[in-house]
Design a protein around this ligand. Structure first.
Ligand SMILES: [Zn+2]
Length: 260
């Protein structure tokens, strides 16, 4: 193995009103927002996991507001998803968390006794914001303490763009939350791929420059300036975009299997 490979792992859905994904829609329009993780198998870094999906205990752990607005459907654990790739949680060397919202950090506890729990990369501003949120109760309910305050976890905070390897770069986006980690990945067959996470939910978001509605996001100004930056990156790198919660794209890429 001398080049990296990439695999989208589908982890079920959050059933929600579509205006929370793309602003302007009628509140009766519903959407199955896909939850996913990425498995990157890398020649020097080992097995790198980007996000971990929902908690197996989402019903009792998420609280009433999240459960009402974003109920989990077709839950699939990260453990199951790794198993179908022939891996266990112990085989993961590093976890990168795009951000610390429930649908991205909820599976962290599966790694509690693994080497990966001591190597969890997150943006410093995000870690700070999540802690501030759960200890002050000031900011909505998308951060749940028990999901990211997992026994034995060691966070490796990053403050700025970080090259983990020549073909894998992390960059920090100040939209959706104060510090969402995006990925720039160089592949052999698809060229560069830019992974946005939740700063750009869907292709419609991207193509129409439409921010999400609802209260979960940091703000439209931040959304638009981050979108500008991503469009520049995409143009410079001729990159293919992978969005955070695009139902069609996650389904299609899950079917692609391993991308080299
Ligand atoms: Zn999300």
């Amino acid at each position: 193995m001398d080049t990296l490979s990439l695999r989208v792992l589908p982890l079920g859905h959050l059933r929600c009103q579509y205006f929370r994904i793309v602003d302007g829609y009628d509140e009766n329009v519903m959407y199955d927002s896909p939850v996913s993780a990425l498995l990157i198998r890398h020649p020097t870094l080992g097995n790198v996991l980007y996000d971990t999906g929902n908690s197996p205990y989402h019903r009792r752990e998420y609280g009433d507001d999240i459960t009402r607005v974003y109920p989990v459907e077709n839950f699939r654990s990260i453990e199951d998803a790794l198993q179908s790739e022939g891996l266990t949680c112990e085989d993961i060397d590093m976890i990168i968390l795009s951000h610390l919202h429930f649908d991205h950090v909820g599976g962290l506890r599966y790694f509690q006794n693994s080497k990966a729990i001591k190597n969890v990369v997150v943006s410093e501003r995000e870690l700070w914001n999540a802690c501030r949120s759960v200890f002050t109760g000031e900011e909505g309910g998308a951060y749940v303490k028990s999901l990211f305050d997992v026994g034995g976890v060691i966070y490796r905070p990053i403050r700025d763009t970080t090259d983990l390897a020549p073909d894998l770069t992390l960059f920090i986006q100040e939209a959706h939350t104060p510090g969402v980690i995006g990925l720039a990945i160089k592949t052999q067959t698809m060229g560069q791929i830019i992974v946005t996470s939740d700063t750009v939910y869907t292709r419609e978001t991207w193509e129409k420059s439409l921010p999400p509605g609802g209260p979960i996001n940091k703000g439209t100004k931040e959304f638009l300036s981050n979108l500008d930056r991503l469009k520049q990156m995409q143009e410079q790198r001729h990159a293919t975009m992978l969005f955070g919660h695009d139902n069609e794209q996650i389904a299609a890429w899950s079917k692609k299997g391993v991308i080299k």
